[in-house]
Design a binder for this molecule. Structure first.
Ligand code: FES
Length: 107
């Protein structure tokens, strides 16, 4: 059995491809992103300063999200920053889709 808690976030049709949305969960804010063929979830706080990644643009081809404040690009796969000024990763959370509902597993 997997560790953590499964949280139901929304329906699959509530986000269009490229959309992102902030959810406030017990573990903190999470940014859910709809990619072309799946969903991704990362901590919704930039590792550079306290700023929501969900306000930034998504690059679908490279699975990246841009921090709108200073421009760091974060991988939606690994959470690693791909550009400065951020140097630390953000947390990535496993996402699953069950019965047209998008669920995230949090610690
Ligand atoms: S707050 Fe995100 S790059 Fe500075």
């Amino acid at each position: 059995m997997s560790e953590g808690t499964q949280v139901d976030l929304c329906g699959t049709d509530e986000l269009a491809i490229g959309d992102r949305r902030r959810f406030m969960l017990e573990c903190g804010p999470i940014c859910l992103v709809r990619l072309r063929d799946r969903f991704a979830a990362v901590a919704d706080t930039c590792s550079h300063e306290d700023f929501p990644l969900s306000e930034g643009e998504v690059e679908l081809d490279d699975c990246l999200i841009e921090c709108w404040k200073h421009g760091s690009m974060f991988s939606l796969v690994t959470g690693e920053p791909e550009s400065f000024p951020a140097t630390q990763p953000v947390a990535v959370y496993p996402v699953s889709v069950e019965n047209d509902r998008v669920c995230v597993r949090i610690p």
